[in-house]
Every structure is written in structure tokens, then in C-alpha cells.
Design a protein around this ligand. Sequence first.
Ligand SMILES: C/C(=C\COP(=O)(O)OP(=O)(O)O)CCC[C@H](C)CCC[C@H](C)CCCC(C)C
Ligand SMILES: O=C(O)C1=CC(=O)c2ccccc2C1=O
Length: 300
Amino acid sequence: MTTSFIEQPNSKLWMAAIKPPMYSVAIIPVWVGTAVAFAETKMFHVGIFSTFLISAISLIAWMNCSNDVFDSETGIDINKAHSLVNLTGNKSLIFWISNLFLGLGILGTLAIALWQQDLTVIGLILLGCGLAYTYQGPPFRLGYQGLGEIICFICFGPLVVSAVYYSQAGAWSMTSLAASIIVGIATSLILFCSHFHQAVDDLAAGKRSPIVRLGTKAGAQLLPWFCGSIYALTGIFVVLQIFPVWTLLVLVTLPLAWKLCTHVHQNHDQPEKVSNCKFIAVTLHFWSGLLLGLGFVLPF
Ligand SMILES: C/C(=C\COP(=O)(O)OP(=O)(O)O)CCC[C@H](C)CCC[C@H](C)CCCC(C)C
Ligand SMILES: O=C(O)C1=CC(=O)c2ccccc2C1=O
């Protein structure tokens, strides 16, 4: 079961509701897309980089606030003390705050489009926002059908990394597409891990997450393949000379991936023990993304 309403102090619940570590999922695609663009064009537009970073953070805030609003309508968050809607008791306030973040995120990317005199970036981000809405918003709620990981991969991988690359270089790149696959997988891994401790509540609320569909044991067995694909693909892209050899720095995160897989393997059916695996996945995503980007920038 998820956290009960009486177990934790309010400040802890607010931190859990705001989810500060989760904002690294906004930073990494912007960093990697920009690093690949710098490696290929030797140019770096600091204004576009900073604007993209602020927009991406606003869009994650939109996703997280609106997630609590939409989940309050299905009853799935009834036991979730760290829901912003449950904490404030004011769904419409959280709804309007989420819209404010969405507006900020879109305005930022619009500014980049105007800067570039090209609507490509705003087009890609609007597509990402539309897909993100289908994950949790009515009438779609595709996350409830177990499609969240695929949506997450497309949005945080090819869509956003390509948009960031384009915002810097004004063109497309095979290397950026290859890098986006790694970022997309590492981000979907976070969402996948976030379902282990919620399997019982999700099943009761009719949410067929991949862990509800597979069971926690099969989910734990799938995890090493999921993590392994990050390293295997990086190696393949280096051998194919799509990535510089320095991107093998990603291998430094292997102990973290090992920690994640063994922790989930041992505790997959114990919600209170496995619940922190999402944050191990966030750490893995952050360091693998940081080192991947560094691998592109270091040769200069
Ligand atoms: C809110 C998300 C996951 C949480 O879902 P869940 O309902 O399981 O959570 P709780 O258990 O805490 O209730 C994130 C889902 C991500 C989504 C599939 C894709 C988001 C796309 C971005 C908005 C696109 C822009 C990204 C930016 C970096 C430019
Ligand atoms: O609250 C969560 O579980 C998640 C929030 C979030 O913004 C995100 C973004 C990208 C991948 C996964 C997740 C979450 O799991």
C-alpha cells in the first residue's frame, strides 16, 4: 500500500509531493542534446540552453501537478498522503498551478522558436505535451493501460533530445537520435521502477501498469535487461563510430545499475522496502546522462 495519511510529518510529505530529485529528468535531455550539438557544430547558444532548461523544468512541474489532479479523479491516490491535492485539499488550485507551469513551459519554447525564426522546436514540444497529456488525462489515461513507459521513452528520448539539438544546431543529427535512445531508455526505467511498490493499489484502481501486468517478480527479472541495454547500445554506437570513445564513461555507472537490480530482485514484493528503487533509478539516469554528455564534450 502507499503511504498512510498519519505516518509522516507534513514537511516530509510536501517534499515527497514536490519530488525535487525528479527534476533531473528535465536537465539531462537538455544537457545531452546540447552536448551533441556542441560536439558537431562547435557552437553553444547559452540563451537558448538556459531557456530550454527553465521550460523543461516547468513542463515537469506541470506533469507532476496535473498527475495529482487527474489521479484524484480516478481514486487511485486515495491512500497517497503525498499527493498535492490531498495535502492542500484544493484540487482546482493545483489544477490552475499546473496550467501556469504548462503556460510557462510553452512560452519558453515559443521564445526559442521566435529566436530561431523556425517553428520546429515548439512543434516538437507541443507534440510531447500532447503525448504527455494522453498518459494521464481523460479520456485517454494511457498510463492506466501500461503504455506510460513507451510514451516516456518517445517524449524524453527522440522528441526532446532532437528538439534540444535542433534548437542549438538548426538541423537534425543521427548521433543526437542515437543519444536520445539512451536518454529515453534511462528515463523510462524510472517510471518502470516507480510501479513496484504501487502494484496492489494500482491493481485495485484498475491501473494495468507493466508491473501489474507482469507481476513484481517478472518485472524484477526484466530490470537487468532494461539497464543492460543502456550499456550495450552505448558500446554498439561507439563501435559504429556514431559516439566518441569517451562516451564509454557511462560504464562508470555500472555499480549503480547493479545496486538497482539486486535491490529490486531482493525486495520486489515488499512495497515499503522496494519503494526507494525509483530514486536509485533517478540517480542512475542522472549520472549516465551526465557522463554521456561529457563523453561528447571532453574530446574538445
Ligand atoms: C508524472 C509522471 C509519472 C508519474 O506517474 P504515476 O501516476 O505513476 O505517479 P504517482 O504514482 O506519483 O501518482 C511522468 C510521466 C512522464 C510522461 C509519460 C511524459 C512527459 C513528457 C514531458 C512533459 C515532455 C517535455 C519534457 C521536457 C524535458 C522538455
Ligand atoms: O512521480 C513519479 O513517479 C515520476 C514523476 C516524473 O516526473 C517522471 C518523469 C519521467 C519519468 C518518470 C517519472 C516518474 O516516475
